[in-house]
Design a protein around this ligand. Structure first.
Ligand code: ADP
Length: 392
C-alpha cells in the first residue's frame, strides 16, 4: 500500500508517494514556478532523477503530469489514497478527516484565516477529485494539533467580540511536525507520550515552538497567522503591535503593506540585510559580518526566551526537541540557544551537539542536565500515516 501526499501551494506542488508502514519515500517531486514561463516538474525515484520544463503549466497540468509519471513508473496501482496538507482548519478541524463536500465547504469557510494557503490547498483537492476519481482524499491540517490548547493559551487579550465575531485567537501551525516530533522524541527516550512533558522547536524557513503534554499541544508560538512568535527567515515574529500603525504613518503605507514587510522582508533577512538562509548567515558571520552575527544571536536569544515561556505550561521539562532544517543541522544555533537556557538547567555536550546527536540517540546536552535532543521531522510521513489510518 502507498499514499500520494500532496502539498499544493500558490505557485508550487510538492508530491511524494510514501509507504505509510515502512516509512520510505518511493518517489518525491516538485512542480514549481507554476503559471510562469519557467514552470517545471522535477522528481526523484530510487537513484533516478528527472526534470521536465512545462512552460505556463498551472496546477491542473502539473497534477495530470504527476499522475502520468506515476502510471509510467508503475507506481499508481499501489496508491490507495491521497493525503493533502491543508494549512488552516480554524477551530472546525481538530484532526485529519476524509474529504467530502462538507469538508471542502468547511475548509473554504476558513479561507479568511488562511487567504494565501487555503485556496491553493483546495484547488489541489478539487483537481485530485476530478483527475484521479475513485481514490479517497484526506485533509491533514497544520492547525489541528493545536486545537487542544486551553483558552488561557489560545485567547488574546483583546475585546471579546474580536474572538466571537471575527475568530481572532491563536491557532498555531506546523502541527504535523510538532505532533510527529513529539511522538518521535518520546520513542527515542523510551517514555510514554501520556506521561511526557516536552517542548518542540521546529526551525525551518518558518519557525515555531510548542509545549506538548501527554501527546497534546498546550501552547504554541504561532498565532492567528504564522507571523507571530519566533524570529524566522523573513518573518519578524513577535513585536510591539503599535509598530504597525507607527510604520504605516512613517512610510505612508497601509497596515497590509506593513504586515507584508513583516512577513517577507524581516526576520533573519531584515536584520542581516544579507540572507534569510541560516547557512548563508553563519558563513557571513564567520567571515566577519556583524549584521549576520547579530541576526543569528537574536534568533537564538528570542528562541530561548520563547522556550522558557512555553515551560510555564509544563509541570517539568522532560525534553526539548530541535527539528527542521536549522534545528536538525545548525550546531551553533543549538549551542547558543542552550547557552541562553542555562537558568532552566540545560548544559551543552559540545561533542554530541557537533555530531547533531547522531551517536547519542539525539541527545546534545550533558548527562545529568536537562535533556535536549535533535529529532528529524517527517511531515509527509505523518500525512501518509493519517491518510492510511482514515481510509483503513
Ligand atoms: P522549510 O521550512 O522550507 O521546510 P527547512 O526545514 O528545509 O525549510 O529549513 C531551511 C533552513 O534550514 C534554512 O535557513 C537553511 O539554511 C537551514 N539549514 C539547512 N541545513 C543547514 C545546516 N547544515 N546548517 C545551518 N542551517 C541549515
Amino acid at each position: 500500500m502507498a499514499i500520494l501526499v500532496l502539498n499544493c501551494g500558490s505557485s508550487s506542488v510538492k508530491f511524494a508517494v510514501i509507504d505509510p508502514v515502512a516509512g520510505g519515500n518511493i518517489i518525491v517531486g516538485l512542480g514549481q514556478r507554476l503559471g510562469s514561463d519557467q514552470a517545471s516538474l522535477s522528481w526523484s525515484h530510487g537513484g533516478e532523477k528527472g526534470e521536465v520544463q512545462m512552460a505556463k503549466a498551472g496546477h491542473a497540468e502539473v497534477i495530470s503530469a504527476v499522475v502520468d509519471l506515476l502510471k509510467k513508473r508503475g507506481l499508481m496501482a499501489s496508491v490507495q489514497g491521497i493525503g493533502h496538507r491543508v494549512v488552516h482548519g480554524g477551530a472546525r478541524f481538530a484532526a485529519s478527516v476524509l474529504i467530502d463536500q462538507s469538508v471542502v465547504d468547511g475548509i473554504a469557510a476558513c479561507n479568511h484565516l488562511g487567504p494565501l494557503h487555503n485556496p491553493p490547498n483546495l484547488l489541489g483537492i478539487d483537481l485530485c477529485r476530478k483527475l484521479i476519481p475513485g481514490l479517497p482524499n484526506v485533509a491533514v491540517f497544520d492547525t489541528a494539533f493545536h486545537q487542544t490548547m486551553p483558552a488561557q493559551a489560545y485567547r488574546y487579550a483583546v475585546p471579546h467580540e474580536w474572538f466571537t465575531k471575527h475568530d481572532v485567537r491563536k491557532y498555531g501551525f506546523h502541527g504535523t511536525s510538532h505532533r510527529f516530533v513529539s511522538a518521535e522524541a518520546c520513542r527515542m527516550i523510551g517514555r510514554k507520550p501520556e506521561d511526557t512533558h516536552l517542548i518542540v522547536a521546529h526551525l525551518g524557513n518558518g519557525c515555531s515552538a510548542t509545549a506538548v503534554v501527554g501527546g497534546k499541544s498546550v501552547d504554541t508560538t504561532m498565532g492567528l497567522t504564522p507571523l507571530e512568535g519566533l524570529m524566522m527567515g523573513t518573518r519578524s515574529g513577535d513585536l510591539d503591535p503599535a509598530v504597525i500603525g507607527y510604520m504605516a504613518d512613517r512610510l505612508g503605507k497601509d497596515a497590509k503593506a506593513i504586515i507584508d514587510i513583516l512577513n517577507k522582508q524581516s526576520g533573519l533577512q531584515g536584520v542581516s540585510g544579507i540572507s534569510n538562509d541560516m547557512r548563508a548567515l553563519l558563513k557571513a558571520g564567520d567571515e566577519g559580518s556583524e549584521a549576520a552575527k547579530l541576526a543569528v544571536e537574536m534568533f537564538c536569544f528570542r528562541l530561548a526566551k520563547a522556550i522558557a515561556g512555553l515551560a510555564v505550561s509544563l509541570e517539568r521539562v522532560d525534553c526539548l526537541a530541535f527539528t527542521g532544517g536549522i534545528g536538525e543541522n545548525s550546531v551553533p544555533v543549538r549551542a547558543r540557544t542552550i547557552h541562553y537556557l542555562g537558568a532552566l538547567g540545560f548544559r551543552l555536550d559540545e561533542a554530541a551537539n557537533a555530531a547533531n546527536g547522531r551517536s547519542t540517540n539525539g541527545r546534545i546536552t550533558a548527562e545529568g542536565w536537562m535533556l535536549a535532543l535533535v529529532v528529524p521531522t517527517n511531515e509527509e510521513l505523518l500525512i501518509a500515516r493519517d491518510t492510511a489510518a482514515i481510509i483503513g
